[in-house]
Write a new protein. Sequence first.
Length: 497
Amino acid sequence: MARTSPTSPVAGDSRWLALVVLCAGMLMIVLDATIVNVALPSIRRDLGFAQSSLAWVVNAYLIAFGGVLLLAGRLGDLLGRRRVFLAGLTVFTAASLLCGLSIGREMLIAARFTQGVGGAMTSAVILGMIVTIFTEPRELAQAIGIYSFVAAAGASIGLLAGGFLTQALNWHWIFLVNIPIGIATTFMALRLLESDRGVGLGKGADAIGAALVTTALLLAVYTIIRTTDFGWGSAHTVGFGAAAIGSLIAFVLREQRTANPLIPFRVVASRNVSGANVVLLLIFAALFGMFFLGSLYFQRVRGYDPLEIGLAFLPFSAIIAMLSVASGALITRFGARRVLLPSLVLMSLGLLYFARVPVGADYLVDVLPSFLLLGMGFGLAFPSLMALGMSGASEHDSGVASGLLMTTQQVGGALGLSVLAALSASQTNGLLAASVAEPLALTTGYQVSFAIGAGLVVLALVIAGTVLRPAEALKEHSLPKRGMSLGDVALPGARLR
């Protein structure tokens, strides 16, 4: 197979084989995330986690993932995206083995953190490689649609596999299943992905900036989770919260002054790019909280076993997978912005409906309509936001733009999960102290968090409607020429809406 330059796409039909490899890597990451959600009740019982500290099984991964993504994306631009992709697969697979062998809370959390580092390295460069390989707008739309479909299909597979493995064997196997996938994907990547040189380390990777933003996220999540033990106004909460804010401010100052920032201003200067990332942050905050607390609702209130929890969430993921296939054609016809706005309305309605779920819920009446609305909304919103979020990236910045999108998702998920879990636990504990029956106290706590999640999606809708640029403000361009950025050609139909 002939080698290609960093600026040239993979030749011929091998482009689509390369897409298969990249999607296989993404499948492994998504599979792991959804498998863990289904197994949380079993992990909680087996290792003795409290509800608030149980969030660390998810957040240890999200913190590392969100903190390292920007650096990993930038390293992909500097060292070569194929090299970073392969290194990430190796780290992720090894860490999955450690997760599967964990016999204590501390070991599992540490292994999950390492797994997050590997996941970040793997996924940070995927979108950047896709937009470099596929330069024709309609093919790029198809490629992003396939990418979105695989991500959603992975969620569906993960829900069922997680329930089956946890119930038939035990929760350790939800991590061990990553090992054969990781080995197979690495083998395919070595054979099918073309080498790229990158622009060289001389451009700088800003490891200090990555350390500052990772520290800020770690402190913020830790502070929020511990509010259930110390309270929102305690010295502990205020002190660690101030440290998190201070680290974030230091990161911003660092980015403004360094010659080679982790996030170049040219990447986020576009209203569509920055707006898409804010919208992503808000909807992932809502959805991660819904998955986490919804799993606990089904297990602790309704008494579902792990497989039943997986089946309960299946319609949500299945609808996403189906609509991801159609999203490319819809974005081509109507534009990303016009597809995004109604999808956010559907998501907000779905969360509002779920916020009324009673203690003795009938699944078909009280739960399924919510999941169908959420699935339809997210299935159309995610590809639209990927298109908008990559619209300002040049070839040399596609890695960091891809990493920024993935970072936004994980930061939103980590912070949203932490806040919603803490607020849910606080509401439940207050009701239990007032002698309210446990099922009702738990359900009320979950309802509050689902309602707040709906509010976050409504806020995302307002931002999308006011910040994202309408079609009239963008000019059409011809098919991409070498040296043009994705922002010059936009996405399908040669414009974003």
